[in-house]
Design a protein around this ligand. Structure first.
Ligand code: UFG
Length: 341
């Protein structure tokens, strides 16, 4: 029998790709998603990729009775907890919404796990917990700085809650850098609601003619070309990291109850490098201008990946060109879907 893995937020960007990779690795994914920041079409994409309809619950994870129902229906071996709000700017505007959803959701997930004797969880954390680092690359032991936003604070607090529950709960805490790209088939990808805040969806929508022009936020930073540097990671590599983390939990290979890993490529790319790579691999121009800096942006951050490579046994394999190709392919597929409806 295949081990069942509950994926909260399983129809979201990272969740949907992880569901596919879990299936391919021999697990049975069980999805819960309230569709607050995702669409049911993601389920259709997953079905096309894995060849069957996985168990799906459209419900809110902050409701103990709903969540309990899933644990009653299935013998869950581990949980991957993605379901959370993730927009930095929105979290500044509506902090209570973020604290209530992100902390409340995690607490209910843990209470339900405890009630049903499930003691393995993978937690979606973020490199945002490091803030503006004093030196790059950042290591897992790099001290956290005060969070720049309520969103960042919820990730720091989430880590703390899990560490405080280490007596009964084993955690793989994955600190994602900048997840981008899409499944190479174009069947699943990122579905930003409204005007995108993040670079890649804004870029692809601009090239598709949905937005007029991409603004590069700041060209006068102390970096090689004046634009900010990030560690962009292909969502398929990231999804594969979750599979490794689940295997480690189920195989009882953890060195302690709470393990934390940076999930990045170890390589930083500037905004202009991203644009140039997109233009080169897809042979298409990106209309852009250099604009003012965006407040709250970290200047440069990328991951030190020795720990994740040596201990989790995971390494990113896809490069920036793969990410740009798959992101554009996904945008083209989306356009086809929209014109058919
Ligand atoms: N950028 C632009 N123009 C845009 C959008 C973004 O130039 O229209 C630039 C940003 O200034 C930044 C880079 O592109 O230099 C990446 O920005 P994103 O908004 O795509 O990503 P961030 O690095 O700001 O944020 C991401 C995740 C957060 C996470 C954070 C951690 O979206 O969830 O990384 O640093 F918290």
């Amino acid at each position: 029998m295949r081990n069942k893995v509950l994926v909260t937020g399983g129809l979201g960007f990272i969740g949907s790709h992880t569901v596919v990779c879990l299936h391919e690795a021999g697990f049975e994914p069980i999805i819960v998603d309230n569709l607050s920041n995702s669409e049911i079409s993601a389920l259709q994409g997953i079905e096309e990729l894995i060849g069957y309809s996985p168990a799906f619950y459209q419900s809110d994870i902050s409701e103990f009775p709903f969540l309990s129902k899933i644990f009653e229906d299935h013998e869950i071996s581990a949980v991957i907890h993605f379901a959370a709000f993730k927009a930095v700017g929105e979290s500044v505007e509506f902090p209570l919404k973020y604290y209530k959803n992100n902390m409340g959701g995690l607490i209910t997930v843990l209470e339900t796990m405890k009630a049903y004797n499930v003691n393995s969880v993978v937690f979606s954390s973020s490199c945002t917990v490091y803030g503006e680092p004093n030196q790059v690359p950042v290591l897992e032991i790099t001290p956290m700085k005060e969070a720049e936003s309520p969103y960042g604070a919820t990730k720091q607090m989430g880590e703390r809650i899990l560490r405080d529950n280490a007596s009964w709960c084993n955690t793989q805490c994955l600190r994602y850098f900048n997840p981008i790209g899409a499944h190479p088939t174009g069947k699943i990808g990122e579905l930003p609601l409204g005007i995108p805040n993040n670079l890649i969806p804004y870029l692809t929508q601009t090239v598709a003619g949905i937005r007029k022009e991409l603004t590069v936020f700041g060209g006068d930073y102390d970096t090689t070309d004046g634009t900010c540097i990030r560690d962009y990671i292909h969502v398929m590599d990231l999804a594969e990291a979750h599979v490794k983390a689940v295997e480690r939990l189920i195989g009882n290979q953890q060195l302690g109850s709470f393990e934390v890993f940076n999930i990045g490529t170890g390589k930083g790319s500037s905004v202009l490098e991203v644009i140039n790579t997109f233009e080169e691999i897809n042979q298409i121009k990106v209309p852009y201008k250099i604009g003012p800096r965006r407040s709250g942006d970290v200047v440069k951050v990328w991951a030190e990946t020795n720990k994740v490579e040596n201990i989790l046994g995971w390494k990113a394999h896809r490069n920036l060109s793969n990410m740009m190709k798959d992101a554009w392919n996904w945008q083209l597929e989306l356009a086809k879907k929209t014109s058919n409806t």
